[in-house]
Design a protein around this ligand. Structure first.
Ligand code: COI
Length: 355
């Protein structure tokens, strides 16, 4: 009943006076889970069709111990954010791109997926239902996490007989404990993130747990994140554990080409477009680690991470320092992206959807 009252309320536009806020310390948001009130659940029938989903209070879900996701990792996820504009309106950033990426990932993991319309509508419903959890303008965002999993039981290795699509949300601030300060990255040579022919190019949950060992080792040595090298030659840059990476030299901005091992980030492609608009030469290519060590600037991009400057990179026994600060290329691109996302810069590209 609460959910259908919400569906009705959603038809009304949001204005500043409408704003009721959750009881949160909005000035100290990090990237920990504070579950927002509602989650969205949609099940897929045995014939592969997603039927109408619905909102319910956030809470635990029931799964068979032999669910495909628990035993064989058959699941993918997405991440998108809702921002509050100064006038109180809520803005979603390119949710249709998440929808398409989920479809591509589902195809790779042999799962049925919601249509683009189903996905976007579900994200909007979840965002609206949780609007009191969208931080005040300029204080952070509501991170939305769509998850598609093989929820039906299996024993032998096979696609699950049933699938569940869930969306939950949490207010967030900066991803890294460094806040907006420059990151210190470590080039990992022992472990790789993804190999040609694997699933590194999609947001499979199986790309994340294998990263934890090297990540926690690097964190214990004071690094913010790891930069992975390619699995074959161990000489070309791939991405960090949680984000894509860019290298700046003069007016040229390079980023590793997506060839199936690198995630096609939505922030990545948005930043590439903003950089081209500003007259930079943007190149997708194999980026050699020596080129990284000789760059003027390095920065990372991702939905969770945003656009984050890199202060140092450590590779073998060498540590290189990069330009950062207000005049950096990273900061210029970041301010345009954040301006579009939060509605302080006019969105001439149709990237932002008002809910
Ligand atoms: C995101 O940026 O949305 C991600 O999925 C990265 C994750 C490690 C938080």
């Amino acid at each position: 009943q609460a959910a259908s009252a919400l569906q009705e309320e959603r038809k009304k536009p949001t204005y500043q006076d409408d704003n009721e806020y959750a009881d949160m310390d909005w000035d100290n948001l990090g990237f920990g889970l504070t579950p927002a009130d509602y989650m969205y659940v949609m099940k897929c029938s045995k014939d592969g069709e997603f039927t109408k989903g619905e909102l319910s209070r956030f809470g635990n879900i029931q799964l068979s111990p032999s669910a495909g996701v628990l035993n064989y990792g058959q699941a993918i996820y997405e991440g998108t954010k809702v921002y509050r504009k100064e006038n109180g309106k809520l803005l979603l950033f390119r949710p249709d791109h998440n929808a398409v990426r989920m479809q591509l990932g589902a195809e790779r993991m042999l799962m049925p997926s919601p249509s683009v319309d189903q996905f976007v509508d579900a994200v909007k419903q979840t965002a609206f239902a949780n609007k009191r959890w969208v931080p005040p303008s300029g204080k952070g965002s509501l991170y939305i996490r769509p998850l598609l999993m093989g929820s039906g039981p299996v024993l032998g290795l096979a696609p699950a007989p049933e699938y569940t699509f869930i969306i939950y949300a949490s207010p967030v601030g900066n991803y890294f404990k460094e806040g907006t300060a420059a990151l210190n990255l470590y080039v990992e040579e022992e472990y790789v993130r993804a190999a040609p022919g694997g699933a590194g190019g999609v947001k499979s949950i199986t790309n994340y747990a294998p990263v934890l060992k090297a990540l926690s080792r690097a964190k214990s040595r004071g690094f913010s994140d790891i930069l992975y090298l390619d699995a074959v030659k161990k000489k070309y840059l791939e991405e960090a554990s949680s984000c894509n990476v860019f290298v700046v030299k003069g007016r040229t901005i390079s980023t590793p080409a997506t060839n199936g091992t690198i995630l096609e980030g939505i922030t990545r492609k948005s930043v590439m477009e903003i950089a081209s608009d500003q007259g930079y030469q943007v190149v997708e290519k194999a980026v050699h680690v020596d080129e990284v060590m000789d760059a003027d600037e390095v920065f990372c991009t991702g939905t969770a991470v945003g656009v984050a400057p890199v202060g140092t990179i450590t590779y073998q026994d060498k540590r290189v320092r990069y330009e950062t600060g207000d005049e950096s290329v990273c900061q210029k691109l970041r301010s345009v992206l954040v301006g579009i996302q939060t509605g302080t810069i006019e969105d001439t590209k149709g990237w932002v959807t008002c809910i």
